[in-house]
Design a protein around this ligand. Sequence first.
Ligand SMILES: Nc1ncnc2c1ncn2[C@@H]1O[C@H](COP(=O)(O)OP(=O)(O)OP(=O)(O)O)[C@@H](O)[C@H]1O
Ligand SMILES: [Mg+2]
Length: 226
Amino acid sequence: MAKNKDGKSTGSNFYTVEAYKLARTNIALSVIKQGCKRVMFTSAVANEGKTTTTCNVAAAFSKQMNNRVLLMDCDLRKPSVAKFFRLKNTPGITNYLSGMCGLEDIIQVVPGTNLSVVCAGLIPPNPSELLESQSFSDMLDILSERFDYILIDTTPVNVVVDALPLAKKVDGVAVITFAERSNYVELDKAIESLKRFDAKIIGFIMNGGKIRQHRYRYQGSRRGYY
Ligand SMILES: Nc1ncnc2c1ncn2[C@@H]1O[C@H](COP(=O)(O)OP(=O)(O)OP(=O)(O)O)[C@@H](O)[C@H]1O
Ligand SMILES: [Mg+2]
């Protein structure tokens, strides 16, 4: 069941659930390689639905049999994945990187699911340096041995630089936009920045679009899809 950022269910809305499943399929088809596939989600500016989308897409991935899925909250400035799944934000990435705890201590599993989550941890004074560090790359490599997919929630690229170096460490970048909230100028700027960091942009996901109800019916069938 899809959820919003406050952890509240948006109901088993057919369109919402299908949209996240479609995003999952498109991502899976866009990142073809052996071993762990790493995908990060970013946007041009704040509040375009990165966290909501990353969490719901990660949940959709984890529902597929045999998929070992890890969701990482790399928005070290304003972490919100923990709140989304009602987990603890600490200890998390920053605690591990500063040697305060081991890797096992920061991997949580969302109750009743197969979805593993690594939350952000204590808010550090130097988030971009931490995400750019060799220690963070090493951490990603260790986690990549254990998971089929690592999905990463990040910060908006036009606001802070944190997500840009991360783009080099992943196999694909999904850019989130929000209907009637995002604009072309900001989006262009974000795409240019991502390209400068050799990001492989695998697609765009638009949130908040209005649904026009179409009715599809196979010829000769009385059953329809709405
Ligand atoms: N598909 C959607 N439909 C309607 N509202 C949405 C959708 N996705 C997100 N929202 C709402 O938009 C707001 C921002 O969502 P969210 O926190 O996921 O964005 P964000 O890009 O992660 O923000 P930030 O840049 O602050 O991290 C929230 O109030 C959330 O409930
Ligand atoms: Mg967010």
